[in-house]
Ligand binder design. Sequence first.
Ligand code: ATP
Ligand code: MG
Ligand code: MG
Length: 288
Amino acid sequence: TIVHCPLVATQRRRLSWVQLAGHKGSFKAGDEGSILKKFSENEKLCFERLREDTLHSFVPSYYGMVERDGELFLKMKDLLANFDLPNVMDCKMGVRTYLEEELVRARVKPKLREDLYNKMMEVDSEAPTAEEKKQQAVTKPRYMQWRESLSSTNTLGFRIEGIKRGETCNTDFKKTQSKEDVIQVFKDFVEGKKNIINSYITRLEDIKQALKASEFFKKHEVIGSSLLFIHDHKERAEVWLIDFGKTTPLPEGEKLDHYRPWEEGNREDGYLWGLDNLQQTLSLLAGE
Ligand code: ATP
Ligand code: MG
Ligand code: MG
C-alpha cells in the first residue's frame, strides 16, 4: 500500500513531519522543533538515563514530560526539523521484537487478539493454523513471531518498517527479507547517491562505537527500538536511535553482549549483530 503522506503542504517544514510506525494519534506537534510522544513510564526512564550516557548524542534531546488536553506526553527534539523535505527510513533493530515477559504472559494467560488475526489474514490467508482459524484470533507473540519470520528480523537482525521518499510514505515492507531485497530498498531510498550512503556508513560506525562504550546499552534489553535514517537533497544525512518503549533494564549486575543468539531466558536482543549486518548491507551498496 502506497499512501500519500497527509502532511505535505505550504508550511512545508512544519507540515512535512511524518510518522512511519506506531499508532496514529500517539504523536503531536510540540513547539518549534519539538514533538510529543504519548507518555510511557518505561520510555521516560530510558530518556532520563540516556541523558547521562555516551549514547546521548545519538538520541533525540529529551525535554521532559508535558500535559496536553489532559494527557501526558514525552517532549523531544523533532529530528526532521532541520531538514528540507527529507527522505526518512525507520529500521527496527534486533532479532526479536517482543519482550520475554510478553511471551511468558501469553503462555500463562493467553489473550486472543482478533485484530492481529485479521492483520495476519490480510498478508497471508494461509498463515493461521487450523486452531487459530477456528478461534479467529492469535496471541500477540504469535503475531510478532510470524512478522519476524517473514521479514529480515530473524535472518539479519533488523527490518525496514517504513520509508518516506518525496511525498510518498510506504510501510509495505512486511515481506522484505533477503539481503538483495534490503539492498534494493536502500538503493531506492538514497536514490543511488553515494555521498549519502557514505555518510550513513560513517554515522553507523560512530553509533556502534558509542553503543560499545555505553553503560546504558550493557544494562538494557533493547527491543523494538529503531534507527531513523534521514537525508535531504542537500545530501545531509543523519542516523538516530529512537523508540525506547520496550527497552528494559536487566536485573542488577547482569549484562548483555547484544551478539549472542537469543534463547528464552538469556534476554539477548541481537542488536549489535543486526548492526553489523546493516553496515555490511550498506557497504555492499557503496561498492556497487
Ligand atoms: P512502534 O512501537 O509501533 O514502533 P511507537 O508508538 O513506539 O511505535 P516510535 O517508533 O517512537 O513510535 O515513532 C514512530 C515514528 O515517528 C517513527 O517511525 C518516526 O517516523 C517518527 N518519529 C519518532 N520519534 C521521532 C523524532 N524524535 N523525530 C522525528 N520523527 C520521529
Ligand atoms: Mg518504533
Ligand atoms: Mg515503540
